[in-house]
Design a protein around this ligand. Structure first.
Ligand code: ATP
Length: 553
C-alpha cells in the first residue's frame, strides 16, 4: 500500500524498503525536480554538488539514496557473515536546530528499517534525542559536535559524507579547522554530497575540500517546473509606512481584520524587538510565541513542534545570536516550518541572502505563500529594490506589489494600538525575556538537578526561583480581544488598497479582510464559553457550601 503510493519514485531503482518508507512514513507521492536530478546521480556513486531553491526538497534528495546505499551494505554484510552497526554516513549541518530536525527526518524514514540515526550537537541538553553513537549507522551533527566526537577509528567505516547548508557550515563553524578535521578523518573513498540553496565562495572552498570531480545538480524550479503558466507560488508585497512605530498598528490591523490569514511567521531582527512584538500582540489576545537564540535548542524545537501542530498561528522569529553558545542558530536557514501561509518581514534584513532565506520559510513543498516586507524609510525601500535588482535568484521573481491599508482602517485602531504599545516598555520587554528564560530553566531537569546538587538537596533556592514575581505586572486586557460594533460600522474599513501593477500577468489577489460578522465570532464564542464555565463553577461551589443541597437521598 505504502510503496504503491510512492510509485513515481520506483523509476530510480531505489530499494523496495526505501520506497515503502517514502510511501508509508513520509507520504510523498512524486519526487520534486531537485530529487529527480540528484537521486540518480547519488545512486550512480558520484560526488554531487546540489544547488536548488529553499523548500525544494533537498534533504530528501540525498536522504533517500543514502538510506538505499546503507541498506545495500546491510544486505551484503549480512550475507558475508553479519552486519555490525557502526557509523557509515555522516551528515554535517551548521546548527543544532537543523541537526535535530534532520535527525527526526531520518528517524521517520528508518522507522521500520534495521538502521539507526544519532544526533551529535555538542550540547548536553538534548540527551533524550541522542542514541548511543556506536549503534547508529547515520550520524547527523554540527561541526563542533562532530569535531569533538569523531575519532579516526569511528570515521574509518564512513562511505557517505553529506554537508548540508554548505554555505553556512564554514560561516558558523568556530573555525574552518573543525570542518577540515572532520573531512580529513573521513576516508578519501567516501562519496561526498554538498547541498546549498546559494553558491558562494564558502561553498567553493568546501567543494575543493570535500568533493572529487563532482557532478553539479543545479535546479531552478522548486516544484512546478512545467507550470510556467500557473500564477507564481509566492506573492511578494511591500507595505510602506511613515515610521517604525506605525508597524505595530499595521500588524494589529492586518492580523485582527484578517487581511493576512493562516499561519504567520513574523521576522524581527533583534530578540528584544521580537519580545516587544509578542507583548504587543498579547495585549489583543492574539496567541503567539517567540523563537530566538536565548532559549535552549530543545525549547526551540518544542516551540517549532507546537507551531507545526497548530497550538498557535503566529510565530515571531529572530535570527539574532545572543550568546556564544547560540552561534550557528538561524531561524531562517534550513528550518522546515510546516505550512506557513505568510512571512512578514517586520524588520527588513541587512542583506538579500537573509531576505531570500526568511522568505523561503513559506511556499515550501509546492505550496503557495505570501511574503510581506514592511518598510518605513526611503533607505529601506531602496534596499528592498536592490535585493530584487541584484540578487541572482530574487531578480527572477516578480517585484513586490504595494499593499496599502486604507487610512480609515488604520485610524479606527490607532488609539488601541498606541495605548497597547505604551505598555510594551523596555522594562516590560526585559521582564518578559527573563521570565521566558526562568520558565525554561525551571522546566529543565538538568538545571533542577544541578541546583539541588549544589545546595545539598535543599529546595529553598528552587522555591525562590519558582515564586519569584516579575517587577512589572503585565496588565491583562481581555476586553481588547473584542472589537465593539461601533468600530466596525464604517464600510471603508474593509477595503485594502492593492493596486495591480502593469503586466502583473493578470495575477489576482486573495487579500480580503474578514467580514464584520465573522470577525468577532471566535472571540465572542470564547467569552461565552468562559462565562458559561464560570457560572457552572459558581453553581457547583454554592452547592457544596450548602449541606442540604449536597445531601443525596
Ligand atoms: N517529494 C516530496 N513530496 C512531498 N513533500 C516533500 C517532498 N520532498 C520534500 N517534501 C517536503 O518539502 C518540505 C521542504 O523540504 P526540505 O526541507 O528538504 O527543503 P530544502 O530544499 O532543504 O529547504 P531549505 O533550503 O530551506 O533547507 C518538507 O516539509 C518536506 O517534507
Amino acid at each position: 500500500m505504502g510503496a504503491s503510493k510512492a510509485t513515481a519514485f520506483t523509476r530510480f531503482g531505489l530499494d523496495a524498503r526505501v520506497l515503502e518508507a517514502v510511501g508509508a512514513q513520509l507520504r510523498w507521492r512524486a519526487p520534486s525536480p531537485v530529487q529527480e536530478a540528484v537521486i540518480p546521480a547519488v545512486l550512480a556513486g558520484k560526488d554531487v554538488l546540489v544547488n536548488a531553491p529553499t523548500g525544494s526538497g533537498k534533504t530528501g534528495a540525498y536522504a533517500l539514496p543514502l538510506v538505499h546505499r546503507l541498506l545495500q551494505l546491510y544486505d551484503s554484510e549480512n550475507a558475508r557473515g553479519g552486519w555490525v552497526e557502526r557509523t557509515r554516513a555522516l551528515v554535517v549541518v551548521p546548527s543544532q536546530d537543523l541537526a535535530i530536525q534532520h535527525g527526526r527526518i531520518f528517524e521517520v524514514l528508518l522507522k521500520q528499517l534495521p538502521l539507526h540515526c544519532c544526533v551529535i550537537t555538542g550540547s548536553g541538553d538534548n540527551k533524550s534525542l541522542l542514541n548511543t553513537w556506536t549503534d547508529a549507522s547515520i550520524c547527523v551533527g554540527t561541526p563542533a559536535g562532530l569535531a569533538d566526537c569523531l575519532s579516526s577509528e569511528r570515521a574509518a567505516n564512513i562511505v557517505l559524507l553529506v554537508i548540508d547548508e554548505a554555505d553556512l557550515v564554514l560561516t558558523f563553524a568556530k573555525s574552518t579547522t573543525q570542518v577540515q578535521s572532520i573531512v580529513q578523518r573521513v576516508p578519501a573513498t567516501a562519496q561526498g554530497i554538498l547541498v546549498s540553496a546559494t553558491l558562494d565562495e564558502e561553498v567553493e572552498a568546501l567543494r575543493a575540500l570535500a568533493l572529487h570531480q563532482p557532478e553539479t545538480c543545479r535546479v531552478e524550479a522548486s516544484w512546478d517546473a512545467q507550470a510556467s503558466a500557473k500564477p507564481q507560488r509566492v506573492q511578494y508585497w511591500v507595505s510602506r509606512l511613515s515610521s517604525p512605530d506605525e508597524r505595530y498598528l499595521w500588524l494589529y490591523v492586518v492580523l485582527r481584520l484578517r487581511i493576512l490569514q493562516g499561519r504567520i511567521l513574523v521576522f524581527v531582527n533583534s530578540v528584544p524587538g521580537a519580545y516587544r512584538v509578542k507583548l504587543f500582540l498579547d495585549r489583543f489576545s492574539l496567541r503567539c510565541a517567540v523563537l530566538n537564540a536565548d532559549l535552549p535548542v530543545t525549547s526551540r524545537h518544542h516551540c517549532l513542534q507546537q507551531f507545526d501542530a497548530g497550538v498557535f498561528d503566529i510565530l515571531i522569529a529572530s535570527d539574532e545570536a545572543t550568546t556564544a553558545k547560540a552561534t550557528g542558530y538561524s531561524a531562517s536557514r534550513g528550518l522546515d516550518f510546516r505550512h506557513v501561509d505568510v512571512v512578514i518581514h517586520f524588520d527588513l534584513p541587512a542583506d538579500a541572502e537573509s531576505f531570500l532565506h526568511r522568505s523561503g520559510r513559506t511556499a515550501r513543498a509546492g505550496r503557495h505563500g505570501k511574503v510581506v516586507a514592511v518598510v518605513t524609510s526611503d533607505d529601506e525601500s531602496g534596499r528592498l529594490e536592490q535585493f530584487f535588482g541584484e540578487h541572482p535568484r530574487l531578480s527572477t521573481y516578480e517585484r513586490p506589489r504595494p499593499l496599502a491599508i486604507r487610512n480609515e482602517s488604520m485610524e479606527t485602531f490607532r488609539y488601541r494600538a498606541e495605548d497597547a504599545l505604551c505598555a510594551c516598555t523596555l522594562l516590560a520587554v526585559r521582564e518578559a525575556r527573563v521570565q521566558a528564560l526562568r520558565d525554561e530553566m525551571l522546566r529543565s531537569r538538568v538545571f533542577r538537578e544541578a541546583l539541588l546538587a549544589a545546595r545539598d538537596g535543599d529546595h529553598a533556592d528552587l522555591e525562590v526561583l519558582s515564586h519569584d514575581r516579575p517587577l512589572v505586572r503585565r496588565r491583562l486586557a481581555a476586553h481588547l480581544a473584542h472589537i465593539p460594533d461601533y468600530m466596525l460600522k464604517d464600510d471603508r474599513l474593509w477595503q485594502v488598497f492593492v493596486p495591480e501593477i502593469a503586466n502583473a500577468s493578470g495575477s489576482r489577489t486573495d487579500l480580503k479582510p474578514a467580514t464584520p460578522d465573522d470577525l468577532n465570532l471566535p472571540v465572542v464564542n470564547r467569552i461565552k464559553r468562559k462565562h458559561r464555565s464560570k457560572l457552572a463553577h459558581r453553581a457547583s461551589r454554592q452547592r457544596s457550601a450548602e449541606p442540604l443541597k449536597r445531601l443525596r437521598l
